[in-house]
Design a protein around this ligand. Sequence first.
Ligand SMILES: [Mn+2]
Length: 382
Amino acid sequence: MKIIHFSDTHLGYNDLDIIDENNINQREADFYDAFTQVVEQIKTIKPDYIIHTGDLFHRSSPSNRAITFALEQFKIIDSFDIPCLMIAGNHSTPRTNLSSPILKIFDNFKNIHTSYNQEYKKIEFDDVVFHTLPHMNDDTKADEQIELCETNICESKKNIMMMHCSVGAWYLMQEFGEWVYPTDKEYIFEKMDYVGLGHWHGFAAVSVKGTKEKYPNVFYSGSTERTSLNDKRNEKGFIELVLDEELEDNLSIEYKQINIRAIRQKEIDCSIYEESINQIDASDTKDAIVDVKLTNLKATQSIDIQNSTIKELFPDAMSVNIKREFKTSSSEQRIDDIEALSLEDYFLEHMEEESESQEYDRLKTKVKELFSLYEESANDTV
Ligand SMILES: [Mn+2]
């Protein structure tokens, strides 16, 4: 039995204010592209089942474009005549009972089976039972649903569990209302042939109760794109799973990568600024998101280094983000001690320490000018 497991496709997510040739936010288009690649591969692989473990959409009320895209893609999936099972994640679960769950739009698709009612749902076929536990807002209710799942395990068929949660506290995404699967219920995993998980955005085998040992049959497929620039992974894709008694642990797991926009991290050491700039290799930054860290910066130096100068180092990049990290010395005051001082005063004091007197006078004028500009615009917004 062959199964494709993918997850966290976050359709409708957008970022970075860059518009593509079709007037669509470029990052939003990247997510559609990632999804399309998975569907194309499913068509070639022809699995027996397809499972999606949540966060199909980025929001519980997605945009018209995201809904239209999903309906087009699931029409294609439906035409494969392969059962496709999908559960709701925290991003696609409404927080109140007043709104209707978005996954309801697939109710009339022949081969699409959904589970979104914040309760356990058994979806059964001739050879396999899928135990689906969609995202649940209520932890107490969730415990009962897990028990229900356990009692429905079918000895004569394969058993596959589908969930959207953090197993223990190890796979939290720092989001609102995450569901943490209770550690004392992990023994159920051993009764399953496979546990397909969504929520964590990296491909991962789950560790046994926080040890280094991994369950052979419990996996996060990860997301198909990155919903935050803090996610530096360039490997995104899906799982091709084979369940077969001939195999070790009765299964094989293959992680299949798709092509996504690269994120490249670069560092410029400002204590050797010129040298560091000359050493920058921009050859892998075409169409990429580039993260540049300026390290060992001195405050005085920071004023003279323009973001535009740094961006010019990567002319073919899609976007360049610049982070400035200031050099710290042990003699420096801690942030808590200087809260009483205004930022402008603190900054000037620091510059006075750092620079020659003539240079200080020049920079002081510039700083005062910039701070007054800032104050002006800050007042405007009140
Ligand atoms: Mn997610």
